[in-house]
Design a binder for this molecule. Sequence first.
Ligand code: NAG
Length: 322
Amino acid sequence: MKAIVFLSFSLIVLSVKGWPMVKKSFDFFPNDAYAHIHVISDCMHVASEPGDYVFKKVPHLMANVKEMPLVEAALEESTSEVCGLYVIGEPDTIVEITMKHYDVNCATGGLMAFVDGWELNGEYFPGIKDHHRELEERVVEFCNNYKQWPRVANKKFFRSSQNAALLQYRIPFRGSFIAHVRFHKITQPCNVLVQDTAAIFNMANFGNQRNCTLTALFPAAVAVTSLKIGGKNVRGDKVNYDCGAFEDRLEIGGSSGLDSHAMEKASDVCGISEQQGPEQAIFCGVTTARLISTGRYQNHAAIMLRKADENDLDIATLVCAL
Ligand SMILES: *[C@@H]1O[C@H](CO)[C@@H](O)[C@H](O)[C@H]1NC(C)=O
């Protein structure tokens, strides 16, 4: 316990100075035991590196006592914002989060939740209908019930189904946690949240009946660099950008929120091609490519995706409402 208190204290002191100073201070230590500790400072904190993520909330009544009457200050303390550690890994990984420590008191309104995916404004990635698990199974809530303490184990362990996971927390008064983040490689990724602003992504059904989405949280220019979707009878021997009538297809489109079921479609692609097709720009907050597979075919698509800017307006196929 003492070690944690000391650690949190020194991290808070150091974090005020910013990272360069922190790194220098760590030079005093004989090894780099602290090199993988990340201090959570923003309410929406995006994490793409493995390691320990530390959050601590202390009432700051003392600092404000001169400027603010006590009652007002206490009210401010009790506003209970929901914040999140948004974890994203490489496309072919899943996220593992181990709660090394948490002190989030249920009795004072504290609550944490692990989400298998990301949640923004009530919408989920992967979309509720596209995930093999029910939403109730995807969200696991927990907090410390100190009436039962110390009989209940404090350790918690979670794994996501794709490269995105979220640790949500609401800590109205005081509390802390240390979450350890790891990534594990998987061989058949399906839903992928895009981290890079320019890359080529492979989507495949591996012969399964499943729908997979590739989702980027920015307006993007998209091109199909190679694909094989559907059977010979439907696809012929070339690429077809008007496959809405076929079950096996690649939908390209966008939406203003995370849920891909609400997306507006710009094109439905199927067929076969080894050559890069034309670029199209999706001017939406969220850009999505969705591979729909009945399981009757081995479907595969390679998709080039990059951040779109105003120079791409002339290749726009979809503009979402602002
Ligand atoms: C895949 O998506 C299609 C079209 O949105 C839907 O009809 C089908 O039920 C979905 N399949 C699975 C396995 O979710």
